[in-house]
Design a binder for this molecule. Structure first.
Ligand code: SF4
Length: 449
């Protein structure tokens, strides 16, 4: 039998790019291609690039260079693909370039430069498609593009306006993921709370019922599946209030990833952020009244043009008052083509560094205090990894998304496997992580003080 042609894949960037890679892999696998984990075993290398920040562009160009040096036959796709001229100038020998979510173009380029074997195999693709995440969790992309026009961002220029998938298509994919053993689904997009706006909330048929392409319906329907559902990239529009009771009832995880980016009204206005409301603090408090377990993860940008010391102090106080459980921070970096580059009031690098350190210190204090409140509780966790030699398992709680949040470190973890859901008693906490023991082990210990 002729050997299947092998593709090496380098996937850079955010979870949305990862989902694009998974979709491309699934199509190629269905055409009979195989995949190689190293450059040497690949007949061709596909580099899925990121082009969000200038530093990410640089990283993508370096990854293309490495693939060319190690393998020589390289096809480029993804966000940086919109800058074909830059790619070809830096690396003239790349075989083909395509932009983000141009699945057909990239697959056609692979077909042209590395034709598939004539006899297609059947059932090469698992029903849930190919994934780059562990078996027990997956990302579910509900839309492409974005209708907002934040001044520091070029994603709408790269990925276009919001384009939502019909609700039925999203839900059937979620069902397939659950059937394949996935226990946690991360809902992603550029703006999850805007889901369906472009479709005018049109209905589609799901299991014989009309389901509307609405954020709330999405949360309700996901809540009926036997899976943890985590919502990412949500903006605090008024209708977000409607999913908080579902979190309180345990239908979806009590977790909201809201990239606030700042809190000062002046900076938010200059950033042109969506759902920018003065009353956000009150909203967060009312959410926590309904769902006390709610965890909020956010990102913030320090050193945005025009950010004054007062703006920054406002942000520090706000992070403390809002009790942002998980905060990430970026120092503002101009992105080629972003309108924010024309703003006055450039903040010096040393000031950015200093603000970054101060924000991270406050965020760490808030996180430490929030996690300390959980000590003594019995919680369910999802195991990501086991370390038999140490008798430990590394898991996550409903308050932790993979890669970006903390972990639950379980001691005396005997007979536990990755992908298991386990009940544990929280025995301690630090700045970012919780420490725990399985319930059966904790029951034999003296009661916690
Ligand atoms: S919401 Fe703003 S930052 Fe996010 S993708 Fe849209 S324009 Fe960019």
């Amino acid at each position: 039998m002729t050997q299947a042609p092998k593709i090496g894949l380098v996937s850079l960037g955010c979870p949305k790019a990862l989902v694009d890679s998974e979709r491309i892999m699934t199509t190629l696998r269905a055409q009979g291609y195989a995949f190689s984990r190293d450059y040497a075993g690949a007949d061709i290398v596909l580099v899925n690039t990121c082009g969000f920040l200038d530093s990410a562009k640089q990283e993508s160009l370096e990854a293309i260079g490495e693939a060319l040096a190690e393998n020589g036959r390289v096809i480029v796709t993804g966000c940086l693909g919109v800058e074909e001229e830059l790619i070809r100038k830096t690396h003239p020998s790349v075989l083909a370039v395509s932009g983000p979510h141009q699945y057909e173009t990239v697959v056609n380029a692979v077909n042209a430069h590395l034709p598939p074997v004539p006899n297609k195999f059947v059932d090469l693709v698992p029903e849930a498609g190919l994934r780059l995440t562990p078996k027990h969790y997956a990302y579910l992309k509900i839309s492409e593009g974005c209708n907002n026009r934040c001044s520091f961002c070029i994603i709408p220029q790269i990925r276009g306006d919001l384009s939502s998938r019909p609700m039925a298509s999203v839900l059937y994919e979620a069902e397939r993921l659950v059937a394949s053993g996935v226990k946690e689904i991360m809902v992603i997009s550029q703006d999850t709370s805007a889901y369906g706006v472009d479709l005018k909330y049109a209905t589609s048929k799901y299991r014989g019922q009309d389901v509307s392409a609405k954020f709330q319906t999405l949360a309700e329907e996901m809540g009926k599946l036997d899976v943890w559902t985590r919502l990412h990239y949500v903006y605090p529009y008024p209708h977000v209030d409607s999913v908080i009771p579902l979190m309180a009832e345990g239908k979806i995880l009590p977790y909201l990833d809201i990239p606030f980016q700042h809190a000062s009204p002046t900076v938010l206005k200059a950033m042109r952020r969506p759902a920018n409301q003065v009353k956000t603090l009150d909203r967060i408090k009312s959410w926590r009244d309904i769902c006390p377990d709610l965890t909020i993860r956010s990102n913030f940008i320090v050193g945005f043009p025009g950010e004054t010391e007062e703006d920054f102090d406002f942000l520090l106080d706000w992070v403390e008052e809002a009790e942002i459980d998980r905060a990430g921070c970026f120092k503002y970096e101009p992105v080629t083509g972003a309108p924010a580059n024309d703003l006055d009031g450039v903040v010096l690098d040393e000031v950015k560094d200093e603000r970054f350190a101060r924000l991270m210190e406050v965020a760490q204090d808030v996180s430490t205090a929030q996690l300390a409140k959980k000590v003594g509780r019995t919680i369910e966790v999802l195991v990501d990894d086991v370390r038999p030699a140490e008798g430990r398992a590394i898991a996550r709680s409903k308050w932790d998304a993979p890669d970006i949040d903390g972990q639950v470190i379980i001691d005396n973890a005997i007979g536990i496997k990755p992908g298991d859901k386990v009940s544990v008693v929280v025995t301690g906490s630090d700045e970012y992580d919780l420490f725990a023991e399985p319930v059966a082990v904790a029951a034999k210990q003296p009661a916690l003080a």
